[in-house]
Design a protein around this ligand. Sequence first.
Ligand SMILES: *[C@@H]1O[C@H](CO)[C@@H](O)[C@H](O)[C@H]1NC(C)=O
Ligand SMILES: *[C@@H]1O[C@H](CO)[C@@H](O)[C@H](O)[C@H]1NC(C)=O
Ligand SMILES: *[C@@H]1O[C@H](CO)[C@@H](O)[C@H](O)[C@H]1NC(C)=O
Ligand SMILES: *[C@@H]1O[C@H](CO)[C@@H](O)[C@H](O)[C@H]1NC(C)=O
Ligand SMILES: *[C@@H]1O[C@H](CO)[C@@H](O)[C@H](O)[C@H]1NC(C)=O
Ligand SMILES: *[C@@H]1O[C@H](CO)[C@@H](O)[C@H](O)[C@H]1NC(C)=O
Ligand SMILES: *[C@@H]1O[C@H](CO)[C@@H](O)[C@H](O)[C@H]1NC(C)=O
Length: 504
Amino acid sequence: MLTLYSLLLLEANTLDENGITSLPVLTEHALSNNQQMASNNRYTLTIFMLLILFLLSILLISKRSLEPSLSLYRSFFSQAHVALNSPADSAETPTESRQSNISVSEVFVEEDKETPVAQNESFVDNNNNNNGDVSFERVNGACDLYMGIWVKDEGYPVYRPGSCPYVDEPFDCQMNGRRDSSYLRWRWKPDGCDLPRSVVCYFLQLPFIGRFNATDFLERLRGKRLMLVGDSMNRNQFESLLCLLREGLTNKSRMYEIYGHKITKGRGYYVFTFLDYNCTVEFVRSHFLVKEGVRINGQGDSNPTLSVDQIDKTANKWKRADILVFNTGHWWVHGKTARGKNYFKEGDYLYPKFDAVEAYRRALKTWGKWIDDNIKPSKQLVFYRGYSSAHFRGGDWDSGGSCNGETEPIFSGPFLDSYPLKMKIVEEVIQEMRNPVILLNVTRLTNYRKDGHPSIYGQNVTDGKKISRRRQDCSHWCLPGVPDAWNELIYATLVFKQTVSIQR
Ligand SMILES: *[C@@H]1O[C@H](CO)[C@@H](O)[C@H](O)[C@H]1NC(C)=O
Ligand SMILES: *[C@@H]1O[C@H](CO)[C@@H](O)[C@H](O)[C@H]1NC(C)=O
Ligand SMILES: *[C@@H]1O[C@H](CO)[C@@H](O)[C@H](O)[C@H]1NC(C)=O
Ligand SMILES: *[C@@H]1O[C@H](CO)[C@@H](O)[C@H](O)[C@H]1NC(C)=O
Ligand SMILES: *[C@@H]1O[C@H](CO)[C@@H](O)[C@H](O)[C@H]1NC(C)=O
Ligand SMILES: *[C@@H]1O[C@H](CO)[C@@H](O)[C@H](O)[C@H]1NC(C)=O
Ligand SMILES: *[C@@H]1O[C@H](CO)[C@@H](O)[C@H](O)[C@H]1NC(C)=O
């Protein structure tokens, strides 16, 4: 079937720079150009709109005859259901009473065994950016992608649980025995617009017809290197992205890890290539984005240190990417930073005691300076993914906190609006930078999703082995799950950006 969306883009392409405006995100520039739109353009547009209406009516009719009319009703109902659950109506908030116990916890479980990345694992740098003319500009669009609601959508998840070989055991909840599945069926819906999916539902906002278009995402990555850099939350997102893109391949063997590595938390570097799209999706582990080191103390023991004024040693890899997605945050806590004692370094000076949040601020500035000095904004695109909240009840990750048995998102309450100090710092640092950085501002939308964590299903409990209830994972996310939405937001950003730059 002809997709209207590509038609739209085609149309945008053929118009001159005063182009069309019916796209969701417009720069002010494009808006003012719009006023001078020539009458022949208006003519084209009218024809075009009629064509759209015509195609849509055909589609609707065929859709209705194909599916029992009930489905139409059901889909509207499920939207209505969420409307009921929205903060405005407290009658339908069954989970509210439990929310008070959920703490905004900034700690999480991960005891990474460091497996040093072999320095010889270099990837031939063949990046001359054949799409270099697609300029990556800041989108000062009208629609805030990050304010919205989760709506029930039977078209989700994009990939079946257990079907994607790149989901690491800790995130493979259904295979690990999780029985409830309604957490898989939520789609993020921004208030001001819809995320781009197959075009029909894009216009009609009918959730059941189409969904996220992985092939189109791959098309937009053609010839590019996308790299996620950060901690295990970014590995979580990395696996999600691989699984989403895999859905766009007819022959699933046409993607693979170039060193043949299987994804585990023990390794810090992966490169997946997509043969038919000449693109790679990579993960580089860097917990802090700045340089980790060791020092030998008086007793001859080696202790870890962190140089907040030096960029992480993996940064030489970052330079090669066309699209970068950073995160850090979950490791900037007392427990992971030696309680700030003899840990943070600046120059040669080792602070006997230093505050982790202030260290975070300085480290992010170091990162920002590195981006400004090493990244070409005309060719490379930088995202920073915001902090994703954990949802521990009745304790922390190491003191019996839990999130098992959560089957519904949070729909209201103060927890939704908690915005961590670390995020305010991120925003400050980004504002002071020369280069644009797109904040993937997912903090709030993940705050809703207390139902999405692995909890006790972070490991495959087979053969009557006892489930470990000692520590629950209420920080990472089941896959399929919440990180799929983060990646759809990256996709949406690419679509809107490319649309805007075509218009210019
Ligand atoms: C919430 O906390 C209260 C005490 O603060 C406790 O009695 C209750 O069991 C907790 N509920 C849950 C679901 O953890
Ligand atoms: C990397 O170097 C090690 C030895 O230093 C060697 O054993 C290994 O095969 C090399 N790997 C690659 C991919 O070249
Ligand atoms: C998905 O995108 C591809 C490439 O842009 C396009 O050919 C295809 O028709 C799209 N599919 C749907 C269902 O929109
Ligand atoms: C693959 O992409 C690279 C840029 O990343 C480009 O130099 C190369 O020519 C492309 N190869 C093919 C076969 O398109
Ligand atoms: C799928 O791709 C693999 C690797 O390129 C190839 O060996 C195989 O023949 C392909 N299968 C089909 C059905 O095209
Ligand atoms: C990110 O989202 C929060 C709400 O969670 C909001 O307060 C903040 O202003 C947003 N930041 C940006 C840069 O849009
Ligand atoms: C987990 O265990 C189930 C059996 O309970 C098995 O079918 C599944 O393949 C296992 N998954 C993994 C990732 O090992």
